[in-house]
Ligand binder design. Structure first.
Ligand SMILES: *Cc1c(COP(=O)(O)O)cnc(C)c1O
Length: 456
């Protein structure tokens, strides 16, 4: 049944709205899906379909949809003081309270927040602050960032340059100068005969080789997502991050953890660095910081960096009109209150997370699935043509997008990157909803396999 307005909205959308990361001509043909409502782990579209959101919007709706307290927090702050800036030696109360809260929540000595509106902007901030940090210590040549191919750090000029997506670099002449990339850790395709733990060390030592090739005196920082999200939820072996940290310390290269997906409970810990047991100097946060209810990002710096910037940095020639926006900060504080008081991260770690992991791994038995992997509540299924072989389909992406479309018809939202099915549900998903999710995923895999002529 077609909602009477849907067709009109789709026509207006096709005429006037350019969508991010889309082939807009193809989308105009097909018609946009218009979402109208959300509650808990479910969203509804304009045609009245109820969908279990296995992707938490875009890795972000950690507390689930429809929490009225979030709206109330925004309304209170808008009425009291809708906006004031943090330039000109001013700030607002929610901005200060959120900074202090983030210092308390953040691991190690990541005690100093610089606010942005998004993860991309927070990474741009880091790029500039780190180069400034070295320059004011008489090392202006120490300005190279090393990222990873297929890493995702956002879509601004800085963020997309730090990231390693070729398709993004090709549009707009990126990366900008003095950004280099190494291969990411992906045992399933790249690990050969090595055990995952052996492979983790091999993959980490690519960083050491790159630092030595460029010269340690020129390398400012390494940036990576604890778990690489967008490319396909690459969960590195536990040996990887401690080895990366060792290498960074050895050459005095700053270690940046882009926690935009992993932060705020996604792995069952508050931050991915706690899950993988390493100590970053800087971290990027966004997404789960507000559970997507309002845009907000931040760069968290450790005491060493804050001290140098305070003592030698002089005036910082950087900032956004909405850095530390009071309404966004009030909403973030409310989000953190809900995460803490309702023990959402603890439950994800001790109860629903392990249950989701156990049920998700069962999907690994499906004939179409070469590997199921999951950490906390972020996971993937690697769809393959010949099950025992760790090899992709020759034609990339067709099977994955087909499976995604079928899942949608079955009332389940999963994302596909190439032929990898990605999972990242709201952290409040219940055991019964986990059962529903896995049942719908299995059914969708069956239907996809049937189309391909694979017998199940
Ligand atoms: C989403 C994402 C970003 C970019 O955040 P935006 O808010 O979209 O700018 C950066 N890093 C990672 C790891 C992300 O997943």
């Amino acid at each position: 049944m077609n909602h009477p307005d849907t067709r009109t909205l789709q026509q207006l959308d096709a005429a006037y709205h350019l969508h991010p990361f889309n082939d807009n001509a193809a989308l105009a043909q097909k018609g946009t899906r218009i979402l109208t409502r959300g509650e808990g782990a479910y969203v509804w579209d304009a045609e009245g379909n109820k969908l279990l959101d296995g992707f938490a919007g875009l890795w972000c709706v950690n507390i689930g949809y429809g929490r009225a307290e979030m709206g109330a927090a925004a309304a209170r702050q808008m009425t009291e003081l809708a906006y004031y800036n943090s330039f000109f030696q001013c700030t607002t109360e929610p901005t200060v309270r959120l900074s202090a809260k983030l210092a308390e929540l953040s691991p190690y000595d990541l005690n100093h927040a610089f606010f942005a509106n998004s993860g991309s902007e927070a990474n741009d901030t880091i790029l500039r602050m780190v180069r400034h940090f070295w320059a004011v210590q008489d090392q202006p040549q120490k300005n190279i960032f090393i990222g990873r191919y297929n890493g995702y750090h956002g879509s601004t000029v800085g963020g997309a340059s730090l990231g390693g997506f070729k398709g993004m670099h090709d549009q707009g002449g990126l990366p900008i100068a003095n950004i280099h990339h190494i291969d990411p850790p992906f045992w399933f395709i790249d690990g050969g005969d090595l055990s995952p733990e052996e492979y983790g060390l091999v993959a980490a030592r690519r960083l050491e080789a790159k630092i030595l090739e460029l010269g340690p005196e020129r390398v400012a920082a390494f940036i990576g997502e604890p778990i690489m999200g967008a490319i396909g939820v690459y969960i590195p072996p536990m040996s990887y991050w401690p080895e990366i940290e060792r290498i960074c310390r050895k050459y005095d290269v700053l270690l940046v953890a882009d926690e935009v997906i992993c932060g705020f409970g996604r792995t069952g810990e508050w931050f991915g660095s706690q899950y993988f047991n390493f100590r970053p100097d800087i971290m990027t946060i966004a997404k789960g910081l507000t559970s997507g209810y309002i845009p907000l990002g931040a760069s968290m710096f450790n005491d060493r960096i804050a001290k140098v910037l305070a003592e030698k940095g002089g005036e910082l020639n950087h900032g956004y009109t909405y850095s530390g926006h009071p309404v966004c900060c009030a909403v973030a504080l409310e989000n953190i209150r809900i995460l803490q008081e309702e023990r959402i991260v603890d439950t994800c770690k001790a109860d629903t997370g392990p249950y989701l992991q156990q049920r998700w791994m069962e999907l690994g038995a499906h004939p179409l699935v070469g590997e199921a992997r999951i950490a906390g509540m972020v996971g993937a299924l690697e769809l393959v043509p010949n099950k025992p072989e760790r090899k992709n389909f020759a034609e990339r992406g067709k099977v994955g997008s087909r499976c995604r479309d079928i899942a949608l018809k079955n009332g389940l939202i999963l994302r596909a990157t190439n032929d990898t099915m990605l999972l990242s549900p709201p952290l409040i998903i219940s055991r019964a909803q986990v059962d529903e999710l896995v049942e719908k995923a299995w059914k969708s895999l069956d239907m996809t396999a049937k189309e391909l002529g694979i017998t199940c």
